[in-house]
Write a protein that binds this ligand. Structure first.
Ligand code: PGA
Ligand code: ZN
Length: 418
């Protein structure tokens, strides 16, 4: 069986700019269609998102260069070959690119092909994508499905005039069917809306479909709102539902200081950690992601020790960028106890799974995530989450490209129990 055709074209992502979609056919007639997202607060060490840079089209964000690479360079090579495994295909693509951050072909280009191939082979084998991934990479049997980590209030680069910290999430706790976790989380989400309204704050949404309350006066207020909402929904904070935050601190870090506009304060790393220390005592955290900047390696181990005291996983995102190399460094330094996983941060399915395998080996919490810049309706991240036995998926509560992820998770649950 070989790749018989490869077609790439632009589709529009949720951010209003094009992204890449690829349709790949195998010689037995099976086909896979995959599209890729892009970030708004992308880490500096992520794989390149190759855009045209032609300011006459989409402010430079067109995908025609990536499409030309596929049409002229990759399709002629790939359609002549058959690949013995997903890794063989991905390694061939990585080899043709030949750069560290996939800057020649683009991580978006390579990932779109990688995922379209995975979906085509899964179809050929008559398997759901997660099962294909599980078998292809010989992953351990999955015991439970990932729970919702639902972005509920957002700020930072994902909204105007909202919090400095980027995300405040409702995270489901306990073992019950995913549909019940989704229900509980959304019930609390709706109460956050009421609480915001009562406080005279807007309930407009940001990039990820979470509330972006312009005019909010502190970075701590959303934590209180989330706890109140959990209680008002009839759930117990810390038992049924908890809180995850993603400050995305690289975005407010400059000249060795953390700049919080709402508090009109500049913190050094130690003061920033003390700020979180206070919160850890007061709120029912399920996880904390990127509380410090992506290059602030010296202070991550201190933050990790603090989180460990409170039994709260510390998750790397911009720090680790789904890279085995950066995750290994974080493990060696005892800098994290969890990892966010974004396929397009590294730019191929194989490397994403390798990063998850490293996390599994070290018993880290795994959280595959949507992107805040532009998402598509592609749900591969959910199948990856299921295959690697992830604890959570981090996805926003509304907007079609977000709920597509929850609906895929619910579909997998229904099929698994059928
Ligand atoms: P991004 O943010 O996709 O805009 O980079 C999401 C996150 O930081 O988790
Ligand atoms: Zn993040």
């Amino acid at each position: 069986m070989h790749i018989s055709s490869l077609n790439a074209y632009e589709i529009i992502a949720s951010g209003g700019y094009p992204t890449l979609e690829v349709t790949l056919e195998l010689s037995d007639g099976s086909a896979g269609v995959a599209s890729v997202p892009y970030g708004a607060s992308a880490g500096s060490y992520e794989a390149t998102v190759l855009v045209d840079g032609d300011s006459n089209r989409y402010n430079g964000n067109g995908m025609l260069t990536a499409i030309a690479h596929i049409d002229q360079v990759l399709a002629p090579v790939l359609t002549k070959q058959s690949f013995v495994s997903q890794a063989a295909l991905d390694n061939a693509l990585i080899g043709i690119d030949g750069t560290v951050n996939k800057k020649k072909l683009g991580g978006n280009t390579i990932l779109a092909i990688s995922l379209a191939y995975a979906k085509a082979v899964a179809q050929s084998r008559k398997q759901p994508l997660y099962l294909y991934i599980l078998e292809e990479f010989k992953l351990p049997t999955v015991r439970s499905l990932p729970k919702p980590m639902m972005v509920t209030v957002e700020g930072g680069k994902h909204a105007d005039n909202s919090t400095d910290l980027q995300e405040f999430c409702l995270s489901a706790i306990g073992s019950k069917p995913i549909r019940e976790h989704v229900r509980a989380t959304l019930e609390a989400y709706h109460l956050v809306k009421k609480i915001l309204q009562k406080n005279g704050l807007s309930t407009n949404v940001g990039n990820e479909g979470a509330f972006a309350p312009g005019g909010i006066t502190s970075n701590e207020q959303p934590l209180q709102f989330l706890v109140n909402a959990i209680e008002q929904a009839g759930y117990e904070p810390g038992k049924d539902l908890g809180i995850s935050i993603d400050p995305a601190a690289s975005e407010y870090y400059q000249d060795n200081m953390y700049h919080l506009k709402l508090e009109k304060t500049n913190f050094d790393a130690k003061q920033m950690i003390d700020y979180y220390r206070d919160w850890l005592k007061k709120y029912p955290f399920v996880s904390i992601e990127d509380p410090l900047a992506e290059d602030d390696w010296d202070h991550w181990p201190i933050m990790q020790a603090l989180c460990a005291e409170h039994n709260v996983p510390l998750i790397g995102d911009d720090l680790t960028v789904t890279s085995v190399k950066r995750l290994q460094k974080a493990i060696d330094l005892k800098a994290v106890s969890g990892v966010l996983v974004k396929l397009n941060q590294i730019g191929s399915l194989t490397e994403t799974i390798q990063c998850c395998q490293l996390a599994q080996k070290h018993k880290l919490m795994i959280v595959p995530s949507h992107r805040g810049g532009g998402e598509s309706n592609d749900t591969s991240m959910v199948d990856v989450a299921v295959a690697v036995g992830a604890a959570y998926i981090k996805v926003g509560p509304t907007r079609g490209e977000r709920v597509a992820k929850y609906n895929r998770l619910l579909e997998i649950e229904r099929q698994a129990s059928a």
